[in-house]
Design a protein. Sequence first.
Length: 434
Amino acid sequence: MMDSNAVGWPNSLWAAVTPPGPELPELNGAGQADVVIIGGGFTGLSTALHLREAGVDVAIVEAMEPGWGASGRNNGQVIPTLSRPDPEDIIATHGAAGERFVGMLRDSAADLFDVVRRYQIEAEHEQAGWVQPVHSPGRIKIAERRVRQWSAFGAPVELLSREQVRDILGSDAWYGGFWNRSGGHINPLALARGLARAVLGLGARIYARSPATGFERRNDKWVVKTERGEISGRALVVATNAYSGEFHKSLVPQIATEVMPVLSWQMATQTLSDNVRKTIIPGRQAMSDTHGELYFARYDARNRLVTGGAVIGPGDKATRLKAELSERLQRLWPQIGEVSFDYVWNGYVGMTTDFLPRIHRLGPNAYGWTGCNGRAVALTMPLGRELAKAVRGVPEVELALPFSEPVTIQAHSLLRRLAPLMLLVYRRRDAREM
């Protein structure tokens, strides 16, 4: 169980530069709403936003504060695809619902930026596009396949030659790739806090520092319990994703054990000079490539390069990462010169075995989901809209929600301890391909 009094964002860039969120009460005593949402991250906030736009009474119960979990700790890339499954994979798994989900995913980045502009959320948003370069000649087939499949669904994607990637990224390290013009990047913590303000402005309630200990069906109502109170509602949405089992393991074990919380490290360099910045991703696109040990980078509003990686083993992981990522950046972009990192932080990513999100009916008028697989920033905005439709009674055939039954990962506790060792497998595969 996670200590709810733990420090929120040790050495996080986003926490350092983002204005504080709104003052929020704890849940004390008994309350009620039409819809109760557990989790004040992107999904919970988006669901509440769309419910309030429809005039539905809604309350969020959040363990810490909006954006404290994965929503406020990630790299902030706005990517309108899944990490591995392509449209044909999604449709093969989920049929007509999968096709609707693909359409939702196609528009997910545009939907996010539209919400930001509509509610005038100051989140350092830049819709400059998202580029996925390929790290070996053989992997250009991945880019070709993705461009072909996403083009068939009307996504604004384009195949890139090695020369085009070099011009866009300022590096000879990659062999081509593709980009999606609707993507970009954002300050994710500022987005979460801005969404919280928008939700409050529409009349919703958010209870902070109130970890849900469980929920039950009582007298045709869903009752969410915390240590100091409870709140009931006609409908329930569980939007805790990778942190589903981190505060109370008994909250929603069927969801907590079907996702693997994997620690992802984020890092921000010193501010780059104007001359250097003009030669490294000069168009300020977001970038994440095809390595198993993912290479990724984007700028923040202060011209820091925000990147990250993974690390295993004992010792001072932050210091080791600084050395490894400094060498990597200098290898990718020799013109960057000496690299120092002012911020290093981490958070969980919810990974599923097939890299598909899992969306579930938990009972009458109750829904939950998990498995962002590193794509939550764009995905969760329209996902919240669809969950809002579901609790309002929109027919399932009109929802872009591919429902499934929870499937527990066997030996979950053991595999969670072993999961970091997959980094060795990815490194070996990457090296073998080269």
